[in-house]
Structures are given as C-alpha cells and as structure tokens.
Design a protein around this ligand. Structure first.
Ligand code: PLP
Length: 444
C-alpha cells in the first residue's frame, strides 16, 4: 500500500466502514483493530513499526511464510497471460490442468480427481452436496445424514457451520440445516480420565457406531472429521481412533471424509493429516495451505469410487465462477513446488517439528495451571486448567484463554485462544532459532 495514514486514521476508517468476521463490532471499534502493514518470513509488522512473531501463520494458512517472490512472480505472469477464464462449459486452461496433475502426484495414492472452490467453507459445502448426490446416483437416496463432531470446525457457510459442532454458531442464523448429526470429540484429557489414550481412542470411535445405529445405517451418508481438530482446540486423537473410525465407516457403508483444511499441506509433518494418522478417506477437503494464503483457493479431492459414482450421474449442478481460477491455480502450483522442492515438509517431520514439540513441553510443562501440553509437526497446544491433579478446567471456560492471548499479543507474539486451549500453528519455514525466539517470548 503506497498510501500512508496514521494508525489512528486507519482505525477510525476501519471502525466506520469495515465489518469484521467473528467480532463484536462495538468492543472492537472501542479498542481499535491492530493494523498490520507488512510481512516477511514468520514476522509481521504493524502500523506502529512493531515486529510481531506470527505463531499462527495468519489463520493456520501461510505455510511457506510471507514475502515469497516466486509466488508474486507466478501471479503476475498468469495475470498477464490469462487473468480469468471459467471452467464451466467445456473449457479449461493450462494453469488449472498443471495444478491438478501436480496435486494428483502429492496427494495420497488413489486421489486423482480435484474439484476447486475459493475457501474451506465452500469446499465443505461442495463435499456435502457431492456426498448426497453420490448416494442418490447409487440408488440409496435415504442416505442423507452427515455426522460431524462437537467443537469440530468446518466453516461459516450454512452447510459448513451446520456440520461443524460450534454451538455458538448453531445459535445464530437458523442452523443447523436438516440431516446433520454430531458425536463428541475425541478429547482424552476431558473424557478419558480413567483410561489409556489407546483405550480411549477405541471408546471415542465407538460413539460413531452408536450414532450410526441410532440414525440407521440406511440414513447415514458420511462421517466427517478433521484429522486433528484445529479451531476446536488442537484435539489430537489417540492413534487408535482413526483406524477404528475407518473400520466402522466401511462396516456400515458410510463415506469417510477428512477435512484437511488445516492439516493439509504439511502441518503435521506429512503432506496430509490422514497420512499421519493412518487412515484412507473417500473424500477430503482442503484450502489454506493449498496456496499458503497468498490467494483464496480450496479443493475437494475424490477417490476413484466417488469420482466414478458422481460421473455416473451425469450433470452435477454445482460450481463457482472462480472454480479453478487461473491466477489462484498458478499461485497454488508455485506454493506446492516450493513445499516439495525445498524439502519444507520433510524438515517439519524430521527436524523442526520434533524440536518444537520438545521445547514446547519444556517451556509450558513447568506451569501450575498449564496441562495437556501437546503437538504434532508444527501444530501444538496446551490447556489452561484450574487443577492439574484432578484435570479440572476453569469454571468460566474460555475467559482465561482470552487473557493469555492478549498478553502474548501485547508482547508481539500471535497465538490463538480456542476457549482455554492456547494454540500455535506457525509457518512451516520456522527455524530452530525462531522456535527458541517464539518460546522465549511466550515463557516471559
Ligand atoms: N474446515 C476447517 C477444518 C477449518 O479449519 C476451516 C477454517 O478455519 C474451514 C473449514 C473453513 O475455511 P474458510 O475459512 O477458508 O472458509
């Protein structure tokens, strides 16, 4: 931005004209938003010149870090060549073809088909329609219900927010839409106090079987879950959980869907979270790390069974003007080449991920009111608790987290409070020295 204003001027204009997502407009405008003006690597700068460590990679998305000129060059080249054309009516373009072929290479084996959207929410809504259409075409139209999990987050559209399990979202705007059901999250710390993690994983997966039997297998279309629940508080399931979920889905002929919007593209040290947890979905959704947030783009990946099943039905009446947008596709391709050819995901898996987990436990394990210090790859969390010995949470669930988040923010470190879970999900290019720098600020 070449136009310069003072922080106060920006704040006043923002308060006057800009409606923020997930915000209480009155309190935000009283306080004034922090104005971010530039970024490089893992750092942001605000309009007062403060240098801030971005422990959240934007919103869990800037996986390759800020300031990459290969990304801007890819966007600029594509804008000159073909800034837009749609992919609706028997047309395609090289940018989307090249991206699709590359994605088929980096995706888990068997995922050779990709549908494009502009966001995670649109990917989830697209998936909901695909799942129901799949069963219609298969001659089982009663299979309509999708089962998600409490505290799961699947976006803000009508379908995504209904499938998600955020009750404060269900309370607004006439949600949930029909034929959505939920089971409890696989949160061992809260629900598995008297058992091992592995035992609890099987118990929590069993809740899916109970729910399927309650609704009737002939009415259940799919189970949908994030490999690790992100916005629900970085809830990392026991290793026994996902394989058992997969077994149950197969037993009752229910499609298994992974929402990889956060876990996808390297967050867990594997390309996709399903690879970390050893399960094979039929469909998975993605966004965020697909372009590292440089431009909006989402995707829905289909295995052969679903792709063929949908194709057998002829027209699928669904799509967005910007599905497969050429500039977003060129940027996504540059991003994926960087993740692959610079060994960024391998580094998270073998070096910076394990280092972060070790240091994270050292730093946060020492406090009386911090427990369940956890992480995988470069996604981690701890929970603020009233009493560690009895695993008792604070009664005003969520208040302490906000206080903690604000203290970090004032000290130029961005971490997020998901209720009383404090979470971090930094750019995957973060070095060991930068991990020490981030944790040094947090510890102080
Ligand atoms: N699914 C998951 C797992 C997410 O974490 C999010 C966003 O955080 C979404 C879907 C929605 O993505 P978007 O905000 O791009 O619509």
């Amino acid at each position: 931005m070449s136009q310069q204003r003072t922080t106060a001027e920006w704040r006043a204009l923002d308060a006057a004209h800009h409606v923020h997502p997930f915000s209480d407009a009155h309190s935000l405008n009283r306080q004034g938003a922090r104005v971010m003006t530039r970024a490089d690597g893992i750092y942001l700068w605000d309009s007062d010149g403060n240098k801030i460590i971005d422990g959240m990679a934007g919103l869990w998305c800037v996986n390759i870090g800020y300031g990459r000129h290969d990304m801007t060059a890819a966007a600029s080249r594509q804008m000159d060549e073909l800034p837009f054309y749609n992919t609706f009516f028997k047309t395609t373009h090289p940018a989307v073809v090249e991206l699709s072929a590359l994605l088929a290479k980096v995706a888990p084996e068997g995922f050779n088909h990709v549908f494009y959207t502009n966001s995670g929410s649109e990917s989830v809504d697209t998936m909901i329609r695909m799942v129901r259409r799949y069963w219609d075409v298969a001659g089982k139209p009663s299979k309509k219900t999708l089962i998600g999990r409490w505290n799961g987050y699947h976006g803000s559209t009508m379908g995504g927010a209904s499938l998600g399990g955020m009750d404060y979202m269900h309370a607004q705007g006439g949600l949930p839409i029909p034929d959505m059901a939920h089971i409890e999250q696989p949160w061992w710390y809260k629900f598995g106090k008297d058992m091992s993690r592995d035992e609890f994983g099987l118990l929590a997966a069993g809740w899916l079987e109970d729910r399927i039997l309650e609704i009737g297998p002939d009415n259940v279309a799919a189970f949908v879950g994030e490999p690790i629940q992100g916005a629900g508080g970085v809830i990392i399931p026991p290793d026994t959980y996902w394989p058992e979920i997969e077994r149950i889905c197969r037993k009752y002929d229910v499609l298994l869907v992974a929402d990889e919007v956060i876990c996808g593209f390297g967050r867990t040290g594997e390309w996709f979270g399903q690879q970390r947890f050893g399960f094979r979905p039929d469909i998975f959704t993605a966004a965020k790390g697909l372009t590292s947030g440089y431009l909006p783009m989402g995707a829905v990946f289909l295995n052969e069974k679903v792709a063929e099943g949908l194709a057998a039905g002829g027209d699928f009446n669904h799509g967005f003007t910007y599905s497969g947008h050429p500039v977003a596709a060129a940027v996504a391709r540059a991003n994926i080449l960087a993740l692959r050819d610079e060994g960024i995901i391998d580094r998270v898996r073998h070096d910076t991920g394990p280092y972060m987990q070790e240091r994270w436990r050292q730093v946060f394990g020492q406090f009386d009111h911090v427990d369940d210090v956890r992480g995988v790859g470069l996604i981690q969390a701890f929970t603020l608790v009233k009493d560690k010995a009895t695993r008792t949470l604070f009664p005003n669930w969520g208040e302490t987290g906000l206080i903690c988040r604000d203290i970090f923010f004032r000290n130029n470190l961005i971490m997020r409070a998901c209720a009383d879970h404090m979470v971090a999900s930094p750019p995957l290019v973060m070095t060991r020295a930068q991990i020490d720098e981030m944790l040094g600020v947090a510890e102080r």
